[in-house]
Design a protein around this ligand. Structure first.
Ligand code: 9MR
Length: 460
């Protein structure tokens, strides 16, 4: 978006899109693209998705880092701070300081949090590494329960189990101390996580599962299909998507995402980085996610190349000095309906109509809101979808009357006033602008019973 020519073309397109509402039916106006966001998070939100990054607590004191984080992203994943060795360094002694630092930084700014990760063969503290059998099974389940309970309601999605499948051609499980406790260890972990944090989405997360033809991909697919058939509580599958020369992006990636989604789970790209940061490959990944309705978010595994676990591969969207790379422009453009800074609309109108219609005030077409509720005994999570009417809106306010006994405990992607009875919700910085007919979502968790919620929506 730094390109002046593109900016001018884009501004013209936005103005015309607004004008188009008044002259619906004129092809010139109805083909104008929807308004484009100017940051990764805002643009993803317009597509009803999040754009996140891995965050290291130790870097939160680096203002160059936090400036980009706060400007560009609306989801974070603690890179190491929620792993087993970090959260339970000694058995039964839990340590949440660094993870809370990240969670608080994110949530106080309206960003959502992915929890990574509750059960994994790697990054185990030494006390767990040396355990086996029923003692290990109990310790693992206790760990899942304790950590998910501690952060209950603050994490939108948990990577409950990470990297449990073997590389290579077997398509089977990876050998590990956890696997040796019995093949049902994964589903046991998911059930424990659901009981501890019933409002969170529960994900299985792995790498080298991008290529639809690989045995490992098929192995995970079969497990998820089996879990769905047997009612094991799984909501989402994370594709780490660390692409490099040995494990490159492949064109059947979209097939992989859509095939998993067809099982009835959300799919998320959870640790994206690409060796060399090819703009074209980044663009393809984003387009693949946008093409799959249940692909609801993308997380890159770090902000600047210098923050990457593979820094020498320069795989991220920002240079080490914090400047945007061509891959950044490609991702933003792909999020903004597939147009690129170097590829402006082919025929931007140069002569305005002789008597241009006045641009309608934003929000003239109003907005509507709908609520879906995930209720459990004693509490619920409500996901509220705000949809703009016939014109773009630049802000929204949703009114929700909660039944008596229902009290909001936390919320994401909206500002709140009131926690019981009449509550009012307004957009945060990155999701106020919604294109005509487009939607954005926010959510909240509450104690009590939701009953039937009938929201109101006012646009600005
Ligand atoms: O990026 C993480 C790096 O800082 C750690 O040293 C490493 C330790 O296991 O984990 C890295 O993150 C991994 C993630 O947790 C799971 N998928 C692979 C990631 C890259 O190794």
């Amino acid at each position: 978006m730094r390109n002046a020519r593109w900016k001018a073309a884009s501004r013209a397109a936005v103005a015309l899109a607004g004008a188009g509402a008044l002259v619906a039916g004129m092809a010139l106006f109805t083909t104008a693209p929807a308004a484009a966001g100017t940051t990764l998070g805002a643009s993803a939100a317009e597509k009803n998705r999040y754009f996140g990054t891995a965050v290291a607590a130790g870097r939160l004191s680096d203002s160059a880092y936090t400036t980009i984080l706060n400007r560009e992203f609306n989801s974070v994943t603690p890179e190491n701070e929620m792993k087993i060795d970090a959260t339970e360094p000694q058995q039964g002694r839990f340590s949440y300081g660094a993870a809370e630092q990240i969670v608080n930084h994110a949530r106080s700014r309206g960003m959502s949090v992915r929890g990574h990760t509750l059960a994994w063969h790697s990054q185990q503290p030494s006390w767990m590494e040396s355990m086996s059998g029923t003692a290990l099974r109990s310790a693992m389940l206790n760990h899942v329960t304790q950590v998910a309970t501690h952060f209950r309601g603050q994490v939108v999605a948990w990577d409950v189990v990470n990297e449990a499948f073997a590389d290579g051609s077997s398509g089977g499980r990876r050998d590990s101390n956890l696997q040796r406790t019995g093949n049902d260890w994964i589903e046991a972990a998911f059930r424990a996580a659901r009981a501890a944090d019933p409002g969170a989405k529960l994900c299985y997360n792995d790498y080298n599962t991008d290529n639809w033809t690989h045995a490992k991909t098929q192995g995970v697919y079969n497990m998820v299909r089996d879990f769905k058939a047997r009612g094991v509580p799984i909501d989402c599958v994370g594709f780490q998507s660390h692409f490099n020369n040995e494990s490159p992006y492949v064109s059947n990636y979209r097939t992989t995402l859509s095939s998993f989604a067809a099982l009835g789970v959300d799919v998320q790209i959870t640790e994206l980085d690409i060796q060399g940061a090819s703009a074209a490959t980044y663009r393809s990944v984003v387009e693949d996610c946008l093409a799959v309705p249940r692909c609801n978010g993308i997380t890159v595994w770090g902000i600047r190349d210098s923050d990457s676990w593979r820094a020498s591969q320069t795989p991220l969207l920002f240079n080490s000095n914090g400047s945007k790379k061509p891959a950044y422009d490609a991702v933003l453009a792909a999020l903004n309906n597939g147009t690129t800074p170097t590829d402006p609309p082919t025929d931007p109108p140069t002569d305005p109509p002789t008597d241009p219609p006045t641009t309608p005030p934003p929000g003239q077409g109003g907005c509507t809101a709908t609520v879906s509720v995930n209720q459990w005994t004693g509490g619920f999570v409500a996901t509220v979808r705000v949809t703009a009417g016939s014109s773009a809106i630049s802000g929204w306010t949703v009114g929700i009357a909660l039944p008596s006994g229902a009290t909001v405990t936390n919320a994401w992607n909206a500002n709140r006033s009131g926690s019981s009875g009449a509550t009012s919700w307004t957009n945060v910085a990155y999701n106020g602008r919604v294109g005509a007919g487009q939607s954005t979502e926010y959510g909240f968790q509450a104690n009590g019973t939701a009953g039937t919620i009938t929201p109101t929506c006012t646009a600005s």
